[in-house]
Design a protein around this ligand. Sequence first.
Ligand SMILES: CC(=O)SCCNC(=O)CCNC(=O)[C@H](O)C(C)(C)COP(=O)(O)OP(=O)(O)OC[C@H]1O[C@@H](n2cnc3c(N)ncnc32)[C@H](O)[C@@H]1OP(=O)(O)O
Ligand SMILES: O=C([O-])CC(=O)C(=O)O
Length: 436
Amino acid sequence: MDQVKQRLKEVGESKSEQLKELVREHGDKVLQEVTIGQVLSGMKGVVALLTDTSKLDPSEGIRFRGYSIPELRAKLPKIREDGEPLPEGLFYLMLIGEIPDKATVDFISQEWARRAQGIPDHVFKVIDSLPITAHPMIQFNTAILAMSTESHFRRAYMAGMDKKDYWGPMYEGVMDLISRLPVITAYIYRRCFHGQKHIKPDPSLDWAGNIAHMMGHSSEEAKRLMRLYMVLHADHEGGNVSAHATHLVGTALSNPYYSFSAGMNGLAGPLHGMANQEVMHWLEKLIKEIGTETPSVDQIKEYAIATLEQGRVIPGYGHAVLRKTDPRFSEQLNFAKKYIPDAPLIQLVSKIYEVVPDVLASTGKVKNPWPNVDAISGSLLSSYGIKEFPIYTVLFGVSRSLGVLTSLIWDRIYGMPLERPSSQTFDWFEEQGKQK
Ligand SMILES: CC(=O)SCCNC(=O)CCNC(=O)[C@H](O)C(C)(C)COP(=O)(O)OP(=O)(O)OC[C@H]1O[C@@H](n2cnc3c(N)ncnc32)[C@H](O)[C@@H]1OP(=O)(O)O
Ligand SMILES: O=C([O-])CC(=O)C(=O)O
């Protein structure tokens, strides 16, 4: 058993006992009232999930195991003191609940580099059988499903494993899957956009650095950006579509590949992760229609109002939980202002930030007029030379694997049962509304 798994076993055993005791002693305690409005508007604010890896505060934004993003940037191990934290460290923090030392992070980097070599050939053949024009998320998700032939969990389940031991093969599958996503991503990227000229992984590199390297963006600057990107998108508590879908499918004891694929299908929606690509199309159209990369505040305002009048959303703005500017947006903006202050797209994003919140607020219905993570991530990637928009949601998915798959291991540690909420008919809701 490797050192991370050993520590997880120690932490997990006592936690799963505590959960059983909590349910035994306080299982009948009422948590909250739920209104018809909440149920019929996407269950917003309904507490229905247990997720330890991170918690979202509407004003402060995300905290990973209690640590804010600035705290993580200060505390998690880095390659260089002035660099970005390594996502391997965030993975360990989310999994174990403790900040790792550099030696542990190096162990995870090496372990993932080793496991990344095990992708079976048929996975690349499956990708190659898709049209080159198929959206990278189609190729990514197809590859994830194709990799499920390797599932330790499925094999162990079929062999009759005791349910208290499920977490073990789940851990192995998750480690394999996370390790292999960078290779798959770079393969799809080079296949679609760089003449199928593939670049081998460099086993001496960290996980995020290797993504940049295999994509062909191997400068130190691009690697630094990739480390930031992979940390910022890793998790957003349990209720977002990708986390919730991964968890839900996992409760049927589907293997980690099936479960993660479900989450990635959700991430591919334009109201969730695909918003990062939508933003780029929105910016492109803005530049084309107005005829300049440096539009005035009034021109941006007019363009934003026209978007709303067409019955469309302004991508990159609004959020189901946040009620302030997303700190992930601010972190990326600060990063850009530090390293690439003159980048035209970043200047455009900053100007839009001055205008769009007022436009959205004036509708009187948008609950959060502020930018989310997707309002800037594509512009940042593009400014570093990663200009092919359709790969952006795949990169989001690679990062999101860290959080949702960590939670999936914990679901098996806790022995979470099949999830099966009730549904009711329209007539039932109407009846409830009439009752005093
Ligand atoms: C990583 C992420 O997933 S972050 C989110 C990425 N998604 C986007 O950026 C897409 C644009 N934003 C949106 O569509 C929404 O703000 C969402 C999906 C993120 C949140 O949705 P909700 O929680 O339903 O938002 P909210 O309660 O504020 O919606 C109320 C109304 O405002 C509208 N609204 C919300 N945000 C926006 C926006 N950016 N532009 C235009 N209208 C908006 C909603 O469509 C809804 O309109 P309706 O009543 O006519 O149906
Ligand atoms: O929290 C949400 O609903 C959406 C989001 O920002 C994310 O998943 O990163």
